[in-house]
Design a protein around this ligand. Structure first.
Ligand code: DP6
Length: 325
């Protein structure tokens, strides 16, 4: 009744931004991501017949409060799925995700938890079923089941049984790299969950966002298949800007950007003007992730490190999907 799994985080190039069902975590649009090797979570789940409640230890600290409740509620979903509702678990996780890098540790966290918990309960499930279950912990996590590029299909069904990620190409298909530019160690004030809800409920730009997703997806998938970096980078950067534009049309309006976020965006665009193909993307926080090719690694790292307000630059390659240890 014990299993250990490792999952890597992922960065969305076509963003997931909005839910059609908040409880089941069903999205309004398909999204597409690249799994990264530098950022991962390793989780051991041990089900214990004698335990009277779940426990959760993260990076050697006992977790309580909302973060604990979220994990325990998620284990309820797995228990229900397995038909084993009265057995509790000890969850032990180590994050190799520098929290300050602003990489959603919830993506690698819930993917590793889902994989370890289902394996510990002896469930024999496909990657698709695992992705569908992982989605119910945190939406973006369902893409971390796979290495390389993956697409989360929003699905149509009310029960969510057709909403899961599918692999596009594995990590070794294309050596695209990502620099995580760390600007701020402050906790973000509006979580992605709250930010996307406010946007769906109130943003006058939200329908515009949804209208352009199908074209962005078709184009970026063609670009990935052709290993066309300019095309993939341009679509990813534009998609990120459209997502962030929706927050300005919300009520009350908000933005995740700091002045330093915009300074890095400008640094990236200036590098591009000098002939280095680099593109940015930004999630629900101030930090910037920069896409680049291996031959430009040295200049990209140096230029980003010298940009105003940058405290760290962490380089990563495409990573693999779930593994069991
Ligand atoms: C901006 O997956 O963290 O990073 O499903 O509510 O847990 P919940 O949200 P979450 O949202 C991620 C939003 C994003 C874009 C993306 O990763 O696609």
């Amino acid at each position: 009744m014990k299993a250990t799994a490792r999952a890597h985080t992922n960065i969305a190039l076509i963003k997931y931004w909005g839910k059609r069902d908040e409880e089941k975590i069903l999205p309004t649009n398909n999204s597409l991501s690249l799994t990264l090797d530098g950022f991962y979570t390793t989780t051991t789940v041990t089900f214990n017949e004698d335990a009277t409640e779940d426990t959760f230890v993260l990076d050697e600290q006992v977790v309580s409060g909302e973060a604990y409740e979220r994990v325990s509620r998620y284990l309820d979903i797995i228990r229900r799925y397995a038909g084993k509702e009265n057995i509790f678990a000890d969850v032990y996780s180590i994050n190799a995700v520098p929290t300050a890098a602003g990489f959603a540790s919830s993506a690698s966290g819930f993917a590793a938890l889902a994989a370890a918990a289902t394996r510990a309960l002896g469930l024999d499930i496909t990657d698709q079923e695992l992705s569908m279950l992982t989605r119910q912990g945190s939406g973006s996590a369902c893409r971390s089941i796979y290495g390389g590029f993956a697409e989360w299909e929003k699905g149509k069904k009310l029960d969510g049984s057709d909403s899961y990620a599918v692999p596009i190409v594995p990590a070794n298909y294309w050596d695209v790299r990502v620099a995580a530019v760390v600007l701020s160690a402050e906790k973000k004030d509006i979580s992605s969950r709250a930010g996307m809800k406010r946007t769906v409920d109130t943003s006058v730009f939200y329908q515009g966002w949804l209208n352009h997703i199908p074209d962005d997806l078709t184009e970026i998938k063609a670009g990935i298949m052709d290993r066309d970096f300019e095309k993939v980078g341009q679509i990813a950067e534009a998609n990120c800007l459209k997502m962030h534009a929706t927050t300005l049309g919300a009520n009350p309006p908000f933005t995740y950007w700091h002045d330093t976020t915009m300074a890095v965006m400008q640094t990236v665009q200036t590098m591009r003007a000098t002939g280095i193909p680099v593109f940015f993307t930004i999630d629900a926080g101030p930090n910037v992730k920069v896409l680049y090719l291996p031959e430009h690694e040295a200049i990209v790292e140096k230029t980003l490190q010298e940009a105003p307000g940058v405290s760290d630059v962490i380089l990563s390659r495409a990573g693999n999907g779930i593994s069991y240890i």
